[in-house]
Write a new protein. Structure first.
Length: 83
């Protein structure tokens, strides 16, 4: 069971190459769409990467509740704990 800080770091590592804003530090408070400029295709690519990294399945129905990087960390942590 990974810790929140470890999950956050792995998510940041996955997000960095997909974020189009240079010099932006990815933090838990940033909004995935508004702050990071991610479109739906990039979000799906990120979800695939996260599923592979954490060896989990992310249900599509939780996506509307995920707005920030922190929300994503919480959901990944929860899904990892449930397996």
């Amino acid at each position: 069971m990974p810790k929140n800080e470890e999950v956050l770091q792995q998510i940041v590592d996955i997000l960095k190459p997909k974020v189009s804003k240079d010099g932006l530090e990815v933090t838990a408070e940033l909004d995935l769409v508004n702050d990071l400029g991610l479109d739906s295709l990039k979000v799906m690519e990120i979800l695939e990467d996260l599923e592979d990294t954490f060896d989990i399945s992310i249900p599509i129905n939780i996506l509307p509740g995920i707005r920030t990087v922190g929300d994503l960390v919480a959901e990944i942590q929860k899904l990892s704990d449930d397996k």
